[in-house]
Design a protein around this ligand. Structure first.
Ligand SMILES: [Zn+2]
Length: 657
């Protein structure tokens, strides 16, 4: 099913299920995602009580809710990823498991439409009393997205009916509310618009618009936030009390140990005093939740980075449907602001741990840089929306940077472990983990990798846009004609790309090819004939011609190892450089450089770096080799590949002389 045409977008994306990823790099990761990550994540969700919470809420198991108040969302996100996988691959075991979970969600829905396992079995009367702190609408958003994924995967409306009924209930709640309350963790804004696109029911679009327009209009914000914070604390206490009473009554029930440990969040206990102060201030002034300012007035993106990204996705979707130029203006302005002053070289964003969010411009320290994997994913999702709206190459360039660096570093090569936060320098303490108390990142990575095809092509009136050079075979539709595309590449290890077209008859249209921003020297031939027009980095080149079957486009994006230097306004990077190759940024790990301390060495700028492809190292990587002195050589590996051989010192920004 295609629901990818938007009234105010310049481009419409080609959905992932029309694209078979064939390149070694990503096809391997999709396979690992399918065969290793998804089953392992399910085990973790089971172990941590996420699924049992639904059994309890559905009334099929005696028990109580264990774990955090947002646990439902992690299961929904996993379901969404599982549906993307089932859309492309038959897997009876996965299907069985997914059906069982869908059945539990159906049964856990209350008659009025409400679904939330934290509230419904214990204190339903408290629901929707705390929009800023509790995550009912955030969870609802992920439920809607999982439901849409199911509907697209197999046409089943089972979960979609649940999602609609819940969305109708939420619409009623907001219809009756005269105040300007909005959720403290955005997500439902984009989900409601996706639901509108599937169902064509305009109420969902209107509700999303209301939630976006209401933001930033609460009077007496600090007093309101304090009241809600006290309510939040009180709710967690009551939850624990109810559980203690229940467990006394039913001591023989098999409670999940880990779910129990997670009853009260301990995230903030290991913050430094400075981080705690920043966190408290950002709560009190509402910035953490983007409650402090109306969307159209945002000048400087502030607060929690994932929340901000999901909000901007919703705002972009609203523009796509209604064409409100004031929304697009603000999105374009703040996107640039982030890229120029608030983004790490990896594409990672959100540098303060306490609020998991934005710092002032150019304050991007490398040690303990927060750079949550989900923030990179949110940035990718938002940039992808802006790309479809505008057709500007800078958004596709950033998507590439995020895919190969800031997102991928959060996912281990074997598909079993994750980073939640992603430092750019390590003294050897960091280690990837199989799971987290707040398990947002693992299923988020899973859903992006499973739907990776979404990011490769778009269509416009004029023709086909190729954004990412990920090897694939696909079929796109242009003016009701099917065009086959076979794209072969060995990205990110070399820049040779071959694109072969399959046409039933000659057709006149354009092909827009992205010339990556990092590529200084590009060559392009069509059927062996050189293209002499400009090939400007960071722009699309448009080839208009009468294409015939088996036409062949060959591109060579020259990849050379380079030493990039930072904007001098970033204090922590002054006098430092980062190694890069094609779309990848590189780091040094102590493991590969045993003769010197990688944190205390200097790389001479004046040298020719070499590359060498190592098929047996870290599942096959290209390394960069250079020297720090006449005697001493160094090896750098792609940043995404660090910490796959245990803990070790690591550094992205190296001192240079
Ligand atoms: Zn996360």
């Amino acid at each position: 099913m295609d629901d990818n045409k938007r009234p105010y977008n310049k481009l419409s994306y080609v959905p992932f299920f029309k694209i078979k990823i064939t390149d070694d790099f990503w096809a391997t990761r999709q396979k690992i995602n399918r065969e290793v990550s998804i089953p392992r994540q399910l085990e973790q969700l089971e172990e941590d009580h996420h699924i049992t919470n639904f059994r309890v809420a559905a009334g099929v198991k005696n028990g109580t809710h264990l774990g955090e108040f947002y646990f439902d969302s992690d299961l929904y996100k996993w379901l969404e990823a599982a549906f993307y996988i089932l859309h492309m691959h038959k897997d009876n075991n996965l299907e069985k498991k997914v059906n069982e979970i869908v059945d539990l969600i159906v049964k856990a829905q209350l008659k009025d439409g409400y679904v939330n396992t934290f509230y419904s079995p214990r204190f339903i009367e408290k629901r929707f009393t705390n929009f800023p702190f509790m995550h009912e609408l955030y969870c609802a958003g992920h439920l809607i997205q999982a439901a849409i994924a199911q509907y697209k995967a197999n046409g089943s409306k089972e979960l979609l009916k649940v999602a609609e009924k819940f969305a109708n209930f939420i619409a009623k709640v907001f219809q009756n509310k005269k105040n300007k309350e909005v959720p403290g963790h955005e997500e439902i804004e984009m989900a409601l618009i996706e639901l509108f696109r599937i169902t064509k029911k305009r109420d969902y679009l209107i509700l999303s618009r209301k939630l976006i327009n209401n933001r930033g209009h609460i009077s007496g914000l600090t007093a309101y936030v304090i009241r809600k914070y006290l309510n939040f604390n009180q709710t967690l206490k009551v939850a624990k009390k109810v559980n203690d009473i229940f467990k006394k009554k039913k001591p023989n029930l098999n409670y999940s140990k880990r779910g129990e440990e997670y009853e009260v969040t301990d995230f903030y206990s290991d913050l430094t005093l400075n981080e705690k102060i920043k966190f408290i201030l950002s709560i009190l002034n509402g910035k953490c939740f983007q409650l402090n300012i109306p969307v159209r007035e945002i000048v400087d993106p502030e607060g929690h980075a994932v929340r901000a990204m999901y909000l901007f996705c919703g705002v972009a979707d609203l523009y796509s449907e209604l064409g409100d130029q004031s929304l697009l203006n603000v999105l374009q302005r703040i996107w640039l602001k982030i890229v120029k002053g608030k983004m790490y070289i990896s594409g990672g964003i959100g540098s303060i741990k306490g609020i998991e969010g934005f710092q002032k411009d150019f304050k991007l320290r490398n040690e303990k840089s927060y750079s949550e994997t989900c923030a990179a994913i949110g940035f990718l999702m938002w940039s992808w929306r802006l790309l479809q709206i505008t057709g500007h190459c800078k958004y596709a360039d950033l998507i590439e940077r995020l895919l190969y660096n800031a997102m991928l570093v959060g996912y281990s090569i074997d598909g079993r472990k994750y980073f939640y936060s992603n430092p750019l320098v390590s003294y050897g303490q960091e280690e990837r983990k199989e799971w987290f108390l707040c398990a947002c990142c693992p299923p988020n990575v899973a859903r992006i990798i499973a739907s990776l095809g979404n990011y490769i092509y778009s269509m416009s009136e004029k023709g086909i846009w190729i954004h990412q050079y990920i090897g694939n075979e696909s079929q796109v539709t242009l003016h009701n004609n099917t065009i086959k595309i076979e794209l072969k590449s060995n990205f990110p290890w070399n820049g040779m790309v071959k694109i072969k077209l399959g046409l039933d008859k000659n057709r006149n249209f354009s092909i827009f090819l992205r010339v990556p921003q990092w590529c200084i020297n590009t060559t392009l031939t069509v059927n062996g004939k050189k293209y002499y027009g400009p090939l400007t980095p960071g722009k699309y080149v448009e080839i208009i011609r009468n294409w015939i079957d088996k036409d062949l486009i060959e591109l060579n994006f020259e990849m050379v190892p380079r030493l990039l230097e930072s904007d001098p306004r970033i204090k922590s990077n002054r006098g430092k450089g980062v190694l890069s190759y094609g779309p990848l940024i590189y780091c040094l790990e102590q493991k590969d450089n045993k003769n010197f301390d990688i944190l205390n060495m200097k790389i001479p700028r004046d040298q020719d770096f070499e590359i060498s492809h190592e098929p047996n190292l870290l599942d096959g990587i290209t390394i960069i080799k250079g020297h720090i002195s006449d005697e001493e050589k160094f090896i750098a590996i792609p940043y995404y590949a660090w910490n796959n051989r245990g803990s070790t010192k690591m550094q992205v920004w190296n001192k240079v002389i």
